[in-house]
Design a binder for this molecule. Sequence first.
Ligand code: NAD
Ligand code: ZN
Ligand code: ZN
Length: 344
Amino acid sequence: MRALQFRGAGSAPEVVTVPDPEPGPGQVLLRVTAAGVCHSDLTVMSLTDDLAPFPLPLILGHEGAGTVAALGAGVIGWREGDAVAVYGAWGCGTCATCAQGKENYCPRAAGLGILSPGLGAPGAIAEYLLVDDPRHLVALGDLDPARSVPLTDAGLTPYHAIKRALPKLVPGSTAVVIGVGGLGHVAVQLLRALSPARVIALDVSEDKLALAREVGAHETLTSDTGAAAAVRGLTDGRGAQAVFDFVGAESTVAVAGAVAAVESDIVIVGLGGGRLPVGFGALPVGTTVSSTYWGARGELIEVLELARAGSVEVHVETFALAEAPLAYERLHEGKVHGRAVILP
Ligand code: NAD
Ligand code: ZN
Ligand code: ZN
């Protein structure tokens, strides 16, 4: 089959031909219908080979959708041809955390060598994807794979981050979204669908701010040194009850801290490496800071329900598999509006 492989630090991903995977006992083989392109892949590809957290070469793609092509021995519950999305945060499946569907926080996965597709195991930007266990599949039904596949990460990750903060987002409250890319433009919609909060979106690109307004942001601001004061100005000096940072750089976590209200939630999702000091005087009292990773299996089902209800619509740019390297180039240059999706 053809697949998009990342072969080593400093090299662009390449379309290569590799042997077709075959499902072993308990596994499911998918014919991939769509696979999303995430900024985290750029972070992974920027690491030097000795820092890469998994062996190379690696087939990229941790957002996957497909139709069931073959079932390994013993698999029940799915039939050939079923349309599915893949829950990508694979855990051990048996610990107390996984039992709650929170495989994204499985404390055993790393020790057991369990890796997510596209983040260590062969990923979804390929003609076929091997899924280790049928519990990682969620029925897509009538949802269009191209427009839904980003929901497995660009939807699920902000959903998980936002759901934790919902008790703070009462009428009259404000939510700030920093970075209106793949994740951020879904975050704005999720906030509008799930809360009465006023949504203020920040980005460095005027195009992305236009997208933020299109998908429901009440206010948009250029993300610069004046942004924190501008948010205070829009909130009678109170600041935001929840801040979601989809960049996570030194400068943006500083803005997150500076716009936080008393008793607010700051959620850092972006992998930009910024650090936010806590302790008396550093942040308003009662503020909670967390960094979150992906989301729970049940939350993916909830996000797909929101899409089915028309509450969330991912803006996608589609590419054939042969053009997948171009999708990564455009993402690297900040040119992708919404999410880039590969149609193998
Ligand atoms: P993206 O490239 O699609 O979007 C990033 C957006 O941030 C762009 O619109 C860009 O213009 C904007 N931006 C850049 N610098 C900015 C700044 N200083 N202030 C405001 N906006 C700025 O990326 P994405 O795929 O949406 O991913 C967003 C981040 O989340 C990445 O760091 C990614 O690695 C990370 N991520 C984390 C998780 C997790 O589980 N924690 C999951 C997926 C992605
Ligand atoms: Zn991702
Ligand atoms: Zn587990």
